[in-house]
Design a protein around this ligand. Sequence first.
Ligand SMILES: Cc1cc2nc3c(=O)[nH]c(=O)nc-3n(C[C@H](O)[C@H](O)[C@H](O)COP(=O)(O)OP(=O)(O)OC[C@H]3O[C@@H](n4cnc5c(N)ncnc54)[C@H](O)[C@@H]3O)c2cc1C
Length: 274
Amino acid sequence: MFTAKDYAMPQSVEEAYEILTARKTNYIVAGCAWLRMGSRRINTAVDLSEVGLDFINDTGDAIEMGAMTSYRSVETSSLLQENFSGILSRAVASIIGIQFRNVVTVGGSVYSRFGFSDFLTPLMVLDTSVHMYKDGVLPLEEFMKMPYTKDILVKVSVKKAPVIASYQMFRNAEADFPIVNLALSKTDGRFKVAVGARPGRAVLAPETAGYLTRALEDFRNQKDPKALDENAAQAGKILGDEVGFGSNMRAAAWYREKIAKVLLKRAIREVEGC
Ligand SMILES: Cc1cc2nc3c(=O)[nH]c(=O)nc-3n(C[C@H](O)[C@H](O)[C@H](O)COP(=O)(O)OP(=O)(O)OC[C@H]3O[C@@H](n4cnc5c(N)ncnc54)[C@H](O)[C@@H]3O)c2cc1C
């Protein structure tokens, strides 16, 4: 369990940032589900509960999720269920249980960039930006490659688009971390593929996506179901070469790669409506 000498409940993001940066050992606390698993010694715990970041808003061209929005809100939001093929709501719905999802937050999850995240992989195949208080607005793909900095994640925004998407994951047991996960999206005929829980951070697979964009256009012209399976198998090969998989206590690299190919095939079938 973490310990904190002092506790602050700022009323604005500006005030929170001032307290956060006043000392190296001051930290943001959000849902605290992850923090409580460790033994971090915090000087001042900066609680964002009263800063007004618990929202899911439709801005017209995007949907925004405030940093203090819980996974349960993401799961049950009609806005998120009706947009992006509902993959964001469905992706978080499989994490542990409702009480847990009532607590954990969008900000704590996206800021932490966990490799096993069920939320980041689908966000990667959408047009997602991360709004940081100091660093400004960053595309998620860029944010995923950045080191941790002393900053506050304010909100995550996802641009609306005529997208068809699928999120697939594989777990050894229901309440465990996914051993590999994959998201696929198609916007105006162009595909995006992301693979997470490799077990490293989620990455995009542009070569696989490029192949699918070309090959599935041919498939749609022919409407031959065999061609879809052949294309999925070829895309799986490209994915295996393009994305690096690793081993840990949950699965070996070769097993993750095999499962990722199966998930890709399922995602293609879902997106193509077969
Ligand atoms: C036992 C367990 C099992 C889990 N299983 C899964 C799973 O299967 N799939 C999955 O996707 N996730 C899983 N998670 C992760 C979980 O979903 C959350 O991502 C995680 O708990 C972080 O969210 P939080 O609100 O609890 O953050 P906290 O624990 O409060 O904070 C985590 C870190 O983020 C920082 N932080 C928090 N908010 C901000 C902010 N707005 N700006 C800057 N920094 C911030 C904190 O300082 C801290 O360093 C699991 C977590 C636990 C504890």
